[in-house]
Design a protein around this ligand. Structure first.
Ligand code: ADP
Ligand code: MG
Length: 497
């Protein structure tokens, strides 16, 4: 039992503190390796492991928002790491202050030997402490530092992302026209408010958003460009350092607020604050621009009021680039690169090849140009279609759908329909086996490069006409039965994602 009466010092003995400190060290190394230093510092910096109790790893964070963010985004990952070697089957994140003050066993951003301090105090996991202990002093110190940090420093703008550098084509002309119109009218009557831009990754949302920011700044307007996670992070810091009012004032004191990647906006408090800010801006007729990877209605976990607010202005989509647009973006990039390095020459045939091979998005087009540049500067060679193909091979290959093996299909189908692999390969003709078997054959035909006879052999030595029959059968059923279509679609996604 944890000692609950105030003033009591010692609680209970579970795994030694030293062992816990080591475990925590291991978990955080894994997190760093998987998520990178930045993510870990942003979201886990203040996460503390208080102890392990009844198979539950007790973690704590300073705010409710951080709790809900970690719960929704990282709970599974944390659980997985704590489960290794049977350390803890569950993970519980609580808000500090909402639970008795404890000496944290370990802190994610503490240096390894800092973890030793509590170990030397005593062996029990939990210690009840008076609020003047070291951890509190540290917290106050931290608050002080945060108070000195500039609030809502906008994310740095990229000088290249201007309207001049934005190539307009069929799929983005409407979005571009709307963005230009908005940029022109800042400071006057907002026409489309908010302007909501959505598109898949790499199609120019950030480019257009920042182009608006540049245009407004050059007119002497006050612009704040933030990504949603920056918005959240700053709001959370402001709450912790008790400067939230300042933060809000600052938000309201601008001509144009741009929030990029708003699909990442999470957490009730943050969303509420976001909603207040949108409303305040709208009421004072100041402009707001929002970019996301999906339309407002599809923003999961976002409050309905915010969704309808976001959808209430002008909503524009940027569609996939057609080949002509890809070609023109490439040409623009190559011209820019040639200004820096006049020896960089790319024949038209190569541009045609790259524009037809890289069908994904602007980011990969950038990647392709960089590889061609590297090729020229390292090999000193002219770019030919052949050398271009080698240089950008990884970009093309990365986009090819994942190869699926018949074995994986058998495994998934048998698990999904609860029949054994042996049943699928057997000659049993009961309905509960026949349909899954046909689906497995259909998936093998559509997801692998195997021929009908090969698939037949993999399914217990069947004839290729049997496989063909199964494929046709499932195709036919999918055409008339939506539920089956969804089910097979789901299986396909599970195999290819
Ligand atoms: P998103 O924010 O939608 O993921 P970005 O705006 O970051 O995409 O665009 C990815 C890359 O493609 C950037 O380098 C950007 O400059 C470039 N890009 C996208 N659209 C265009 C365009 N229409 N003209 C020129 N470059 C573009
Ligand atoms: Mg972006």
């Amino acid at each position: 039992m944890v000692a609950d009466e105030p003033g009591m010092t010692v609680a209970r003995v579970v795994p030694g503190v030293a062992a816990l400190g080591e475990l925590w060290e291991r978990v955080r190394r894994k997190l760093r390796a998987e998520l990178g230093e930045d993510v870990v510092a942003s979201w886990f910096g203040s996460l503390e492991l208080a102890g392990i109790e009844g198979g539950v790893a007790q973690l704590s964070v300073p705010t409710r928002f951080l709790k809900s963010w970690i719960d929704t985004h990282y709970a599974d990952r944390l659980r997985k790491h704590f489960a290794i070697d049977g350390n803890a089957a569950r993970v519980e994140v609580s808000v500090r202050g909402a639970m008795p003050a404890r000496v944290p066993v370990a802190r994610l951003n503490a240096r390894p030997n800092e973890n030793k301090a509590p170990c030397e105090i005593a062996s029990p996991t939990y210690l009840r402490v008076e609020p003047r202990l070291a951890s509190d002093t540290a917290l106050r110190q931290e608050k002080k530092q945060e108070a000195h940090m500039p609030l809502s420093t906008a994310a740095a703008l990229d000088r290249q992302l201007t309207f001049d550098n934005f190539v307009v084509g069929r799929s983005n002309q409407f979005a571009c026209a709307a963005a230009r119109k908005v940029a022109e009218t800042i400071g006057g009557q907002a026409v489309y408010n908010p302007l909501y831009i959505h598109a898949a990754v790499g199609l120019g949302k950030t480019h257009l958003s920042q182009a608006m920011a540049h245009a407004c700044e050059s007119e002497g307007k006050r612009v704040l460009y933030l990504t949603a996670d920056r918005f959240m992070h700053q709001f959370v810091s402001a709450l912790r350092s008790q400067t939230a009012i300042q933060f809000k004032d600052q938000m309201r004191n601008i001509d144009l607020l741009i929030v990029d990647d708003v699909q990442f906006l999470q957490g009730k408090t943050v969303q509420q604050e976001f909603c207040h800010i949108i409303n305040a801006l709208a009421d004072s007729r100041r402009q707001m621009v929002v970019a996301a990877d999906r339309p407002p209605a599809d923003l999961e976990g976002l409050d309905e009021r915010i969704k309808s607010r976001l959808a209430g202005g002008l909503c524009v989509e940027i569609g996939a680039f057609d080949e002509e647009l890809r070609r023109r973006i490439l040409e623009r990039r190559i011209t820019a690169a040639r200004e820096r390095d006049p020896s960089f020459k790319v024949p038209d045939a190569v541009i045609d090849f790259v524009a037809s091979a890289i069908t994904s998005n602007g980011r990969d087009l950038d990647g392709a140009v960089n590889r061609l540049l590297a090729h020229v500067s390292f090999a000193g060679a002219h770019v030919t279609v052949e050398s271009a193909e080698t240089a950008i091979r990884d970009l093309i290959r990365a986009r090819e759908p994942k190869r699926v093996r018949v074995e994986e299909i058998l495994k998934l189908v048998s698990a999904h329909y609860n029949v054994t692999r042996a049943d699928l390969l057997s000659s049993r003709r009961t309905a509960s086996v026949v349909r899954p078997r046909q689906i497995a054959m259909y998936l093998s035909k559509t997801l692998t490069l195997r021929s009908l006879p090969e698939i037949g052999r993999r399914f217990g030595g069947r004839d290729h006409t049997t496989v063909l029959h199964a494929v046709r059968k499932i195709e036919g059923l999918i055409g008339e039965n939506q539920a089956l279509k969804d089910e097979v679609g789901l299986l396909k996604r599970m195999l290819t994602d």
